[in-house]
Design a protein. Structure first.
Lengths: 420, 237
């Protein structure tokens, strides 16, 4: 016990370098914990982007690509699927429900998705949670729109706001659909998924936007079809981007998947969302692991800094060791003293790191939520985090035994003679 | 020999790879005696004190302290024996800079239960014991005791070191040139205080120095060269 007191006082005597050492370890621990936190939360939120959907069907391409554009609204579909194909499979007796999805337009950087009312009924995320309305209701009229939570909040939109959609998916579009404005009829609750950043309209509405377009450009003059005139036309879509499928029984999943993949009408691809998510995560996993390794090395750097600080103090402390020996300290006391020093520096660093991490989390939580749609809950460290921290402490004790051993040897060699 | 505190018998010691430094036929120090041991620089005075402290073990012969042959003890036992029965005062920089004056004085009681017990026999607690010794050595001013030890003068530091060597009344106090950094007047004043406290604690004193001007104050003075058969001609410095 007295050794610990001595270690503290000795450290206090070298306050400046001790504080710097603790700071270095603390910051590195903060980084490690933060990376770990974001990693686990990102993984969890990633995995909960879609659930309750048995198959996602799109034009034949890569499964990750299909997942990216249909669920994450990243990238574009290379090809559409024909409406007949959708009808064909939605009528399959093994299929419980099928929801069409049509992408391609945007509104001020947010994706516009054409679908039908079934989407709000069948889409599930997280632990099979359904979409809920914060205000209003699903679209009813041709020119109705339902906004994701982020869209409404970031753009300050409310029910009945008029929304002009733009052609294409760039944040800045040069061609818009000013002639056919939409009206907000519903705003969804926050989900923490890409749904929050999506403007939902009906497939017919989306069809109406493009009914008079030719070669990717709006019609001019007489060929222009007004918003009201479009209501009279047949607005059944010719093609959609993808479809979400729920099956009556999950046992038939692979059979239906095979049938879709071998469909004669056109080349299609059906994927299991869970499998595709895994595949995508394993791609991201490399970056994620690299991040962890880098922060691990940062912690190591912090500990090496501690080692350097203690080692370089040893020479000027030979006198201290000789005095301690003369009053009866055994070499193992000297060893213990140095070890305690390393352990207390590391422990202080770890505590500082924990404190900084939670402070940082508390400060940045709203920012991360609004900026990245990632809700990082403030929870006490889990078993894994404690394990990491214990490993850091163990590593520091291990490293601390290097100067401890040197001091031990030195104190044996120096005995009671005081050298500087 | 009666009441011999230290008894060396045909003791030899050589540092690894060096010729024999010490070869002492016999040397003894009686309980309560104050002995001045003189020798030029490099003659092996500090080495001898290390042997007496049980930090090193002689290659041949015996060193007995309180009738105990140090070589027959394990290293840990020797450390313990030293802490229990010997107080040290070094040439200078005796104190741990991060401890207060009183904490420095009570340090041996943290490592030796025996000295702790002895200190507590006569005083209610260790701080009182330390203050009593410091008082006897002329360090009574509370403002002075509250200062950082690095802010004390060398003479004051040496008196704190003497108090530390004496706390818990060890049988032997070993002083390795504690006065070499002091001026002549302070030296003598320091010695008189040290003697008085050694008497009060019942400790013997072995005092080594190359400065023979002080030897008249001691019970006995001898030269390391006279007892060391391995002694060479003094260095010309
Ligand atoms: N730890 C050590 N390792 C090797 N040699 C040592 C060690 N300590 C002392 N010596 C050698 O032993 C010899 C005697 O040294 P010692 O310190 O005992 O002399 P001293 O009489 O105390 O001198 P001084 O009056 O200068 O303090 C010297 O030649 C020194 O080089
Ligand atoms: Mg010496």
């Amino acid at each position: 016990m007295y050794l610990l007191q001595l270690a503290f006082k000795s450290l206090g005597n070298r306050r400046f370098s001790a504080i710097l050492t603790v700071l270095a370890i603390g910051l590195s621990v903060t980084l490690l914990l933060a990376v770990e936190k974001v990693r686990t939360e990102a993984r969890a939120s990633f995995a909960s982007t879609i659930s309750g959907t048995d198959l996602i069907v799109g034009a034949r391409s890569g499964s990750v690509q299909l997942l990216l554009y249909s669920v994450f609204r990243i990238g574009n579909a290379t090809n559409n699927i024909r409406w007949e194909s959708f009808e064909h499979f939605s009528e399959d007796r093994r299929v419980d429900w099928a929801v069409p999805i049509s992408l391609g337009d945007s509104h001020r950087g947010f994706m516009v998705m054409g679908t039908n009312g079934d989407y709000f009924e069948h889409f599930r995320y997280g632990r099979r949670q359904p979409l809920a309305f914060k205000a209003g209701a699903p679209f009813d009229d041709l020119y109705d729109a339902v906004l994701g939570a982020d869209v409404a909040r970031e753009l300050g939109y409310d029910l009945d706001t008029e929304v002009v959609l733009a052609h294409g998916t760039g944040a800045v579009s040069f061609v818009d659909h000013a002639d056919k404005p939409f009206r907000v009829t519903g705003i969804l609750e926050k989900t923490g998924t890409p749904v929050d950043r999506t403007v939902h309209i009906s497939l017919q509405g989306m069809q109406a936007l493009h009914v008079d377009w030719q070669q990717g450009m709006p019609a001019r003059g007489a060929a222009n079809v007004s918003a009201e005139a479009a209501r009279e036309l047949d607005l059944t879509p010719k093609a959609i981007t993808a479809m979400l499928v729920g099956l009556k029984s999950r046992i038939s999943t692979f059979a239906v998947q095979r049938d879709i993949n071998q469909y004669n009408g056109e080349p299609l691809l059906a994927i299991l969302p869970g499998v595709a998510l895994q595949e995508l995560w394993s791609l991201l996993g490399v970056a994620e692991k690299a991040l962890l390794v880098v922060s691990g090395f940062v912690v190591l750097t912090g500990l090496v800094g501690m080692l350097t600080a203690i080692l370089s103090s040893l020479n000027e402390r030979r006198r201290e060791m000789a005095i301690l020996r003369s009053v009866g300290a055994k070499p193992r006391h000297i060893f213990g003293l140095l070890l305690l020093e390393a352990a207390s520096l590391a422990l202080a660093g770890i505590l500082l790191g924990l404190g900084l991490m939670y402070l940082g989390l508390w400060v940045s939580q709203p920012f991360i939520l609004t900026q990245y749609g990632l809700y990082v809950p403030i929870t006490p460290p889990g078993m894994y985090e404690w394990g990491l921290l214990a490993a850091i402490l163990a590593a520091s004790v291990l490293m601390g035994s290097v100067p401890a051993w040197r001091a031990y040897r030195q104190s044996l060699a120096d005995g009671l003679s005081i050298r500087t | 020999m009666l009441n011999a505190l230290i008894d060396l018998n045909a003791t030899t010691y050589a540092w690894p790879g060096q010729p024999t430094l010490l070869d002492i036929e016999s040397f003894s120090l009686l309980a309560g005696e104050k002995v001045f041991l003189k020798g030029p620089s490099g003659s092996g005075k500090t080495t001898l004190l290390g042997l007496l402290g049980g930090v090193y073990v002689p290659q041949s012969g015996t060193i007995e302290l309180l009738g105990q042959n140090l070589a027959s003890l394990s290293a840990v036992q020797r450390d313990r024996f030293r802490a229990d029965h010997t107080g040290y005062i070094f040439q200078m920089f005796n104190l741990l800079p991060y401890l207060s004056v009183v904490e420095n004085v009570t340090l041996p009681c943290r490592f030796s239960t025996l000295r702790r017990q002895r200190a507590l026999e006569r005083h209610s607690d260790l701080t009182v014991a330390a203050l009593d010794l410091l008082n006897g050595l002329g360090l009574a001013d509370p403002a002075l005791l509250a200062r950082r030890v690095t802010e004390l003068s060398i003479g004051q530091q040496q008196r704190v070191a003497a108090a530390r060597a004496l706390i818990g009344s060890p049988e032997l106090v070993i002083a390795d040139e504690p006065t070499s950094a002091l001026d002549a007047d302070s030296r003598e004043a320091f010695l008189r205080l040290l003697f008085a406290e050694c008497d009060a604690a019942g400790s013997s004193l072995l005092f080594v120095s190359h400065d023979s001007s002080l030897e008249a104050l001691f019970d006995r003075a001898l030269s390391l060269r006279d007892i060391n058969r391995a002694a060479t001609a003094p260095e010309l410095t």
